[in-house]
Design a protein around this ligand. Structure first.
Ligand code: APR
Length: 313
């Protein structure tokens, strides 16, 4: 069987980390694309030198030309600028909307049958734009948000209780902004509801930290935003697709009536398999979570409107 082809659009911090993960996990051949000359080629050459050490045979090339992504099975988009201290994800809108418009055109032309996973922020607006520009069906344009946000929640809970991260399940839903919704009722530790294990006031603090975790990393790094964990999250989606796992993962998907939302990308649990987003899973939200969910949706609506103003739509 021929190896799968994974195109990484943006060869910066997340792009480079994803390339490494794809090769280590043997997911297929990797094409690193960037507008900066030399950057994707240099990273590809460096990565290829890790092959004999790690024992991977996947091919990796760096390029500045879209022709090289031709026929890709998956395109993961991180092209754009990242946050600096003091910036919100929304502050990236003007610059990244223009970049994503051109990236969408390149993908539409050269990888028309691919699954497109958008990582660039502000995520909910950027994935909306990618859907519009490519015109791909909704099952093939999806945003990475909730796997990372949920992973941050799981990681903090695991540390709090000194248990394995594998024993903690949790989902963070809604927009990928500071008003994301850690859904406490989905947080289960070894089969036990987290509310039985950690006092409610402490859970409030942990959830506040989850919402600000991206900003916490930015404040420490000073020169950019998180990249190891977003890379892992996007590659988890890629694996679910390439291996037809039918895995239920929180991702930004286009809602058309589900959760009472129509026409917006929003993070909810979805099933990812060979068909991309094969199903949207409707879980019951309690009144408080639904209220937070709706507030987060209002923010997503605002950012999409702001994007339309930027693009003159
Ligand atoms: N086409 C392709 N690549 C581009 C383009 C473009 N039109 N414009 C910029 N890039 C490239 C940059 O040259 C850079 O190498 O995108 C890359 C972005 O890499 P980083 O600056 O290292 O940012 P990274 O940490 O990878 O984050 C990328 O993902 O999570 C989001 O908020 C984050 O929006 C940011 C994005």
């Amino acid at each position: 069987m021929a190896r799968k082809k994974i195109a990484l659009i943006g060869a910066g911090n997340i792009g480079g980390s994803m390339a490494h993960l794809c090769l280590l996990k043997g997911l297929g051949d990797v094409v690193l694309f960037d507008v900066v000359e030399g950057l994707p080629q240099g990273k590809a050459l460096d990565l290829s030198h890790a092959g004999p050490v790690e024992g991977f045979d996947g091919d990796v090339i760096g390029t500045n030309s879209y022709e090289d992504i031709a026929g890709a099975d998956v395109c993961i988009v991180t092209a754009g600028i990242a946050r600096k201290p003091g910036m919100s994800r929304d502050d990236l809108l003007g610059t990244n909307a223009k970049i994503l418009s051109s990236v969408g055109e390149g993908i539409k032309r050269y990888a028309p049958n691919s699954l497109v996973i958008v990582v660039t922020n502000p995520l909910d607006a950027m994935v909306t734009l990618m859907k519009r520009v490519t015109g791909f069906p909704k099952n093939r344009v999806v945003g990475q948000s909730g796997i990372l946000d949920s992973s941050r929640y799981r990681s903090f809970i695991a540390r709090e209780l000194n248990v394995s991260v594998n024993s903690v399940a949790a989902m963070v839903l809604g927009g990928h902004g500071d008003d994301m919704v850690p859904v406490r009722s989905t947080c289960i530790v070894g089969g036990v509801a987290v509310e039985k294990l950690i006092p409610s006031k402490r859970l409030d603090e942990i959830e506040a930290r989850v919402r600000n975790a991206g900003g916490e990393v930015v404040a420490l790094l000073k020169t950019g935003s998180a990249y190891f964990s977003p890379a892992s999250a996007a590659i988890r989606m890629t694996e679910a697709h390439l291996y037809d796992k039918k895995e239920i993962l929180p991702c930004a998907a286009l809602l058309e009536g589900e959760y009472g939302v129509d026409g917006y990308y929003f993070c909810v649990p979805v099933m990812i398999g060979a068909g991309g987003v094969e199903k949207i899973i409707d879980i019951h939200l309690n009144t408080a979570d639904k209220k937070a969910f709706d507030e987060s949706l209002n923010h997503v609506k605002d950012i999409v409107q702001a994007m339309d103003r930027v693009l003159g739509v």
